[in-house]
Design a binder for this molecule. Structure first.
Ligand code: HEC
Length: 463
């Protein structure tokens, strides 16, 4: 474990340094890869392993992908960034890397090993496995759990340990960043049984999809029934990225959720006539709160609560004051944590701490009148995903801290808040795997979902 951590922190330092090198200084393929590709494909090329190549695996296929990109899938083109020689070197580097990659360096969580953190010693228990990417997670009062696998299956892990797939859930477009995504249960779940699912909804024909939310109930025979669609984001898009979508109920029973900019930063986030690049607020039955900020603005989508967001992957209720917090992906650099205030503009893409994936800048501005600045941002981007506050008293020293997952660097970030500022950060569970989701259960324990192979792990403090 110790040597593993050493290797990881070394890799981390490498990424950190190379990501900060200006584009005219970079030359060798390892640095280029770390600076331009690792944020999405992983520093150890994890994303290229254990998968079928979509567009072919020959040198020519890779060169084409890197040069032109696959815009609809969220793969940027790098023709203007690299010379042909540099692209060929990158291809050689990737081909060699795939041959050598050590796929799952984190051996599945071992109940006997403990992890020392600044405040606590933690044991990790594997509480569910047998799926691929656990995007959404909800722990129910009886200790059973619901797991939304991005591929489209909703699982229920019963208290006796069986993992069952639930039939009758909506058809998803499982491609790129889309699929079955977040799950929430109604604040009054005990009495009404409502379960909320967020997903990428395909059009009946063609290849367009959008972010949608339904609710339904799981009946005795394990089927999702009584389905009602609550929200459908407009416009649909053929792009397969930046769907959002995290949901959270606040203390007054409103349902908040995020929709990403769908890769159209120029038209969507700053304009109120569409749903994309926004945080929305609705009643649990899908109706629109009368005091939503833009209900009286002509042409504005009435569900909008805040706008100017890029791709929020965490929405969480702050237990201290009941405010809604969100984390979102910046481009290369500039992942953010924001406090979501009614009617406010979060500035994407006008202000940002990030730069384009190909190294060019799109804005010099990090602030502008009328636009909110983040509570915190990450440089380089950590690929932030999932968010929760530590609402229980099981973790001494972590009370009311905010936790965010890192897909890219594979850890859980703990941030200490004072007067709405982040005053301290700690990296937990380093090298645990791409950390997609973090939740606190009704039992007060923190649960995290990591990817490929998918696992749900429970953080048990050991005193
Ligand atoms: C913004 C995220 C992002 C960045 C940055 C990025 N890629 Fe990609 N790349 C993707 C996505 C998304 C795909 C689509 C395939 C998939 O879903 O895995 C892709 C596809 C590819 C493919 C084709 C894979 C296949 O299945 O055929 C190659 C090769 C590739 N990327 C190489 C690179 C290289 C080299 C870099 C750095 C110069 C890079 N990418 C940077 C997101 C990214």
């Amino acid at each position: 474990m110790k040597s593993l951590l050493l290797i990881i922190s070394f890799a981390f330092t490498l990424v950190y340094q190379s990501a900060n090198i200006a584009s005219d200084e970079v030359s060798d393929p390892e640095q280029n890869y770390a600076a331009y590709c690792a944020s999405c494909h992983g520093i150890k090329m994890d994303a290229f392993v254990d998968r079928r190549w979509k567009y072919g695996s020959t040198d020519a296929d890779l060169i084409k992908a890197i040069k032109i990109g696959y815009d609809d899938d969220g793969m940027p083109g790098f023709a203007e960034t690299f010379s042909d020689k540099e692209i060929q070197e990158l291809v050689d580097y990737i081909q060699a890397g795939i041959a050598n990659v050590d796929q799952y360096s984190f051996e599945s969580a071992d109940a006997s090993s403990t992890i020392k953190t600044e405040e606590l010693i933690i044991r990790l228990d594997t509480v569910a496995q047998g799926f691929d990417i656990p995007w959404g997670l909800t722990i129910l009062d009886d200790g059973s759990m619901l797991i939304a696998e991005q591929g489209g299956t909703l699982y229920k892990k019963t208290v006796d340990g069986a993992l069952k797939s639930i039939s009758g859930t909506p058809t998803v477009k499982s491609r790129g960043q889309g699929g079955l995504m977040d799950i929430e249960v109604d604040p009054d779940y005990k009495n009404n049984g409502w379960i909320y699912l967020a997903y990428s909804k395909p059009k009946p024909s063609g290849n367009e999809a959008t972010t949608a939310i339904v609710r339904g109930r799981i009946n005795q025979s394990g089927a999702f029934v009584d389905q009602e669609e609550l929200f459908e984001a407009l416009p649909y898009s053929s792009r397969n990225h930046h769907y959002g979508v995290r949901m959270e109920f606040d203390n007054d029973g409103y349902l908040f959720f995020s929709v990403g900019d769908r890769g159209d930063r120029n038209n969507n986030p700053q304009s109120l006539d569409n749903h994309c690049g926004k945080i929305h607020r609705i009643h649990p039955d899908g109706s629109i709160p009368k005091d939503n900020p833009f209900v009286d603005t002509p042409g504005a989508m009435p569900t909008i609560y805040a706008y100017g967001n890029r791709n929020p992957q965490g929405v969480a209720l702050n237990p201290i004051d009941g405010s809604i917090w969100s984390n979102e992906h910046g481009p290369r650099g500039g992942d953010e944590i924001n406090i979501i205030h009614k009617g406010k503009n979060y500035g994407w893409p006008v202000i940002s701490y990030g730069i384009n994936y190909n190294g060019t800048t799109f804005t010099e501005k990090t602030q502008q009148a009328g636009m909110e600045e983040p509570v915190m941002y990450w440089l380089p981007s950590i690929g932030v995903c999932g968010m929760t506050f530590v609402t229980s008293d099981r973790y001494q020293g972590w009370e009311n801290n905010v936790l965010s997952g890192s897909l890219r660097f594979k850890y859980l970030e703990r941030a200490v808040i004072k007067n709405n500022k982040i005053v301290h950060q700690e990296k937990l569970l380093e090298n645990i795997g791409r950390l997609r989701v973090v939740e606190v259960g009704p039992d007060g324990y923190i649960y995290v979902g990591v990817e490929s192979p998918g696992m749900i792990l429970k953080l048990v403090p050991v005193y």
